[in-house]
Design a binder for this molecule. Structure first.
Ligand SMILES: Cc1ncc(COP(=O)(O)O)c(C=O)c1O
Length: 410
């Protein structure tokens, strides 16, 4: 537990609670927690399933609902990516992809094994490794190289000792995308190595302006050592349902399933049934919500640029990865987050919450409606001119943030 950094999102949550308790109207851009309703056909199916005989019992992989769910995932995969999967051995449902990613680390990382984790990253990518007792090797993702890791420049010995490489495009928090040739290079790089590649494809539907999201499994032979995670949390606005899945290499997945079997009893059967109906029902919903997020991005980023916070428009996800404005650049991302929240009531995620290479940035999650985005822009405009005059330094939150940045990884 001592090796685990404080979860910066919990720190931000505490700060938010403190500010709210003083009567401040907080506009919350901090968590990627979708605010839209799930598709009506998903809710209808969940209601229906609640009265099925045996539905409230433990889930078992050889029951009809469970088998159907895996079959539907395999069909969905084929339709979306033209990748053939065996529903019984190459698909493992998870209690949200975060659970699957954490347990993948537990399944494979023995004490002092190395994992190659690009930084910044979605926190479970690195915290999962630390919890499992592994050693992190952070690969810096930089704007000038389009936030893609340079695997070929890694020290030979590091690569030799590495058991796991984590990738995730479209990328949270930087919003970067990759094309298929990137995955081809990764698979080429890995061909003579004993390394598992895990791709986290949470934002496969959140791509705009002619971009496409790719599955690493589209590359020939990738399935020999890759798996991929998906979630219902974003595309179907079902974050609280806790449902996702992993697909890909059957041996890797067998170990993941074995690890999970010691920790959980699978997913509530009614949710598996409703998730099946979610994938087989009308898909117009996904297009509709992606368009809502795209419009929010336009509204927000155009607004930021207008009020003097130059920011690039993302091609993917529903995040905005914004460089801390020059006027505040002596602030750490956590200090800036605290200042912004105290002075404007706007809550963001500090870049260092996503790892050491997130410093210098904050992330806005556009999970608030248009009128609140406009309100936030108004507050930000005033802040950019006057902000920082009642600056508080070295608060208890800053001390926690300093502890995070002191935690050493290799
Ligand atoms: C990249 C990425 N992976 C996984 C998750 C977690 O998804 P789930 O709700 O399926 O656990 C998130 C949530 O924000 C995410 O951004």
């Amino acid at each position: 537990m001592k090796r685990l950094p404080p979860y910066l999102f919990t720190v931000v949550d505490n700060l938010k609670r403190e500010v709210r308790s003083k009567g401040v109207d907080v506009i919350d851009f901090s968590m990627g927690n979708p605010d839209l309703d799930p598709p009506p056909h998903a809710i209808k199916a969940l209601r229906e399933a609640l009265t099925f005989p045996g539905i409230h019992r433990y889930s078992k992989s050889d029951l009809e609902i469970e088998k159907n769910f895996r079959k539907t995932i395999a069909q969905w995969y084929y339709e979306k990516f033209h990748v053939d999967l065996d529903p019984d051995t190459e698909v493992v449902p998870c209690i949200g992809s975060k659970e699957g990613i954490a347990h993948l680390a537990l399944a494979f990382m023995n004490n002092d094994d190395l994992a190659l984790i690009p930084s910044p990253a979605y926190p479970v990518h690195f915290n999962g490794i630390i919890m499992a007792g592994g050693i992190l090797y952070n690969i810096p993702l930089k704007e000038e190289t389009h936030y893609l890791p340079d695997l070929f420049s890694l020290p030979k010995e590091t690569t030799r000792l590495s058991k796991l490489l984590m990738l995730s495009y479209p990328h949270n928090p930087t919003t970067a995308t990759c094309d298929l040739s990137f995955y081809e290079k990764v698979i080429h790089w890995s061909r003579d190595k004993q390394i598992i590649i895990a791709s986290d494809l949470a934002y496969s539907d959140f791509v705009f302006r002619g971009k496409r999201a790719y599955s690493i499994l589209e590359v020939k032979d990738a399935i020999k050592h890759s798996i991929e995670f998906h979630t219902f949390s974003k595309s179907y606005s079902m974050p609280g349902w806790r449902i996702g899945f992993a697909v890909g290499n059957r041996d890797v997945l067998a170990s993941l399933a074995k690890t999970k079997s010691y920790c959980d009893f699978g997913i509530f059967r009614a949710i598996q049934y409703a998730a099946t109906k979610t994938l087989t029902g009308p898909q117009g919903y996904v297009k509709k919500i992606v368009e809502i997020y795209r419009k929010r991005i336009d509204l927000f980023v155009d607004g930021l640029n207008r009020i003097g916070w130059p920011t690039k428009k993302p091609d993917a996800t529903f995040y905005v990865w914004a460089k801390i404005p020059l006027r505040f650049d002596e602030h750490s991302s956590m200090a800036f987050t605290e200042l912004l929240l105290r002075e404007t009531g706007i809550c963001v995620s500090p870049g260092t919450g996503f790892g050491e290479y997130g410093e210098g940035y904050v992330r806005f999650a556009l999970v608030v409606p248009d009128d609140r985005i406009k309100e936030a822009l108004g507050r930000l405009q005033i802040f950019l001119v006057n902000g920082g005059s009642n600056r508080k330094s070295n608060s208890k939150y800053q001390k926690v943030a300093k502890r995070v940045s002191r935690i050493k990884v290799r």
